[in-house]
Every structure is written in structure tokens, then in C-alpha cells.
Design a protein around this ligand. Structure first.
Ligand SMILES: [Zn+2]
Length: 313
């Protein structure tokens, strides 16, 4: 595999797919053959579709991945980074690719690691968001703990309860709710012309299924839907951007991981093992090597128990 130079701002995946063959299946940048100073980085996916990868907070390094699409009439951005400085760098990276303004921002995940930097997005962009996520962000903004200068979702935000199609600069975008998955208000962005699907946190590429706010069995159904769509490239909300064939394999690998984690929790639940004991006994097999397994494993067990006990509404 060719070594990426530190100065390479844009990694081109369109040219020959050389990287695809030797790519190491991991969310760990070091195991992947990269260094921490390679990030943040912009990845060119096709002529006008890019991803931006920057590190998630915390010691265990893996990327939070955003997608942006450049058209003659402006840019659509799907998700952003977790703090104002990181999202400012994202906006600057987009400006290096195109002078066109960011017109639309799709909040595919309402979690702080994808919205915490939104104050750095240009004023006047139109946000698209699922009603569930809007309620969560509005509640956070009006909580007594919120900083008075904290970013608030503008009242002009457009709600996408199910699906919305918009066209900009000749590119069609389908903003889709495939079902409750990681947040409950999970949106995806589909580009029918190029058959690209940005799945945000519905797809965590080699990151352990993170279930703090998840709907385990509904998440599986959302993945079924994504897999039935006519897609050449699936893009995750965490973990690396992959070339088309690898992205399909990795989505399937993630689906399998989610199934395995739910199956393990269900096995322990059926055996009558109390949840605290189940957390100790759970055997996640190969998924223990995925990023965040030690912190997210116990959370996943609790969440699956909650669903099996009928407590997840
Ligand atoms: Zn996240």
C-alpha cells in the first residue's frame, strides 16, 4: 500500500482504488497504517462527493466522519464535528475544495459529537432534521445547564419525519429516515445519481455498537433497509471512508456485529442472568477488538435488556 504523505490534504479514492486492496479492516488509524497527524483529512469519494474525517474525543482514536457534496449551486453537508474549533476546520476544509457556500446541513445524528460544533457553521444555512432529533436538541438548548451562548437549532430548520427529496445544482438528494437506530432520529442522505448512501451513526465502521440511546432490534431493521437499497458506496458516521466494494463488506460486518451483540445479551437474558452479572459474563468474541468495546459493551447489554423487558418505548 502506498504510504500517504503528511502533506496530502485530500486522499483520492476515485483514482484506481489502489488503497482498497491493502486496506486494513479497522477503525484504528495506527493499525490502518496512518499516523495521528494525518488527521483531520478530506477524502475525495467521487468527482463532487467528499468525506471529512476528524478524531472523536477520547484516548481511543477513531474518526467522526462527515459527508459533503459540492454542486454548482452550493454545498450540502451531512453532519459536522463535536466542538466549534473542529467544525470551523471542517468549514475551512470545504472552502479549500470549493468557493460555493454551504446551503444545507443535514443533522443525521443529533449527538454532541456531530452537532457540538454547529456554532461554527455559516449563519443562514438550512438545516434538515428528524422531529425526534429536533425535540432532543431543543430540550438540550433550553435546559438550565445549557450555556447562554450555546448553539440553537434555527427555527427555519426543515423537518424530515420520513423522506424528503431536494435538488441543488443538478444533484438529487434524498434525506431518509430508515427507522430508529442509534439516536431515534437517525437520518441518512442518499444520492440516487451516484448511488451513495451516507448512513451517519446507523453505520459505525469497526466501532463497537454504541447503544446509549439506541433501539437495538429497530436498528437491525434499518440496516436491512439500507442493504436492500441500490447503493454503490456506504459511508459511516464513525470509522473510515471505504471504497465501494469494501464499504458493502464493512456494512455487512457491522450488521453482523450488531446481531452478535444483541444475540449475546438475549442469550444471557433468557438464561435469567441479572444484568450486572450479564455484563461480567458477556462474551463478545471478535468484537472485543473493535474500538470502544470495553466502554460500550456494558451499555449495549443494559439496552438490550431494557428492550427485552419492554421498557424501551
Ligand atoms: Zn457519534
Amino acid at each position: 500500500m502506498p504510504r500517504l504523505t503528511l502533506t496530502a490534504l485530500i486522499v483520492c479514492f476515485a483514482a484506481g482504488g489502489v488503497l482498497a486492496q491493502g486496506v486494513v479492516r479497522t477503525a484504528d488509524p495506527i493499525k490502518r497504517g496512518l499516523t495521528e497527524s494525518d488527521f483531520p483529512r478530506t477524502v475525495k469519494v467521487t468527482d463532487n462527493v467528499y468525506t471529512y474525517e476528524d478524531f472523536h474525543a477520547g484516548d481511543e482514536k477513531f474518526t467522526t466522519t462527515n459527508m459533503f457534496v459540492v454542486t454548482p449551486d452550493g454545498v450540502l453537508l451531512a453532519d459536522a464535528q463535536g466542538n466549534p474549533a473542529a467544525t470551523k476546520a471542517l468549514v475551512e476544509a470545504i472552502a479549500k475544495v470549493t468557493p460555493k457556500p454551504i446551503k444545507y446541513v443535514v443533522i443525521c445524528s443529533d449527538h454532541g459529537d456531530h452537532t457540538g460544533g454547529n456554532a461554527s457553521l455559516p449563519a443562514g444555512v438550512t438545516y434538515l432534521i428528524h422531529p425526534t432529533s429536533k425535540a432532543i436538541l431543543d430540550r438540550q438548548a433550553s435546559s438550565p445547564n445549557a450555556r447562554p451562548d450555546a448553539w440553537k437549532l434555527p427555527t427555519t430548520a426543515q423537518l424530515v419525519p420520513d423522506q424528503k427529496t431536494l435538488t441543488m445544482g443538478g444533484e438529487e438528494f434524498r434525506i431518509m429516515f430508515l427507522g430508529r437506530a442509534h439516536t431515534g432520529g437517525d437520518l441518512s442522505v442518499y444520492l440516487p445519481r451516484q448511488k451513495i448512501l451516507f448512513l451517519s451513526e446507523t453505520f459505525l465502521n469497526r466501532v463497537f455498537p454504541a447503544m446509549r440511546s439506541a433501539y437495538p432490534s429497530e436498528w437491525l431493521r434499518a440496516l436491512d433497509k439500507a442493504e436492500r437499497m441500490n447503493v454503490n458506496i456506504y459511508i459511516p458516521g464513525h470509522g473510515f471512508t471505504e471504497t465501494g466494494p469494501v464499504s458493502k463488506e464493512e456494512l455487512a460486518a457491522y450488521h453482523k456485529a450488531l446481531q452478535a451483540v444483541i444475540a449475546e445479551a438475549t442469550r444471557l437474558h433468557k438464561a435469567g442472568v441479572p444484568v450486572d452479572e450479564a455484563i461480567k459474563q458477556a462474551n463478545f468474541g471478535e468484537y472485543r477488538s473493535w474500538r470502544l468495546s470495553s466502554s460500550q459493551g456494558p451499555i449495549a447489554i443494559r439496552k438490550v435488556y431494557e428492550e427485552l423487558d419492554g421498557k424501551l418505548k
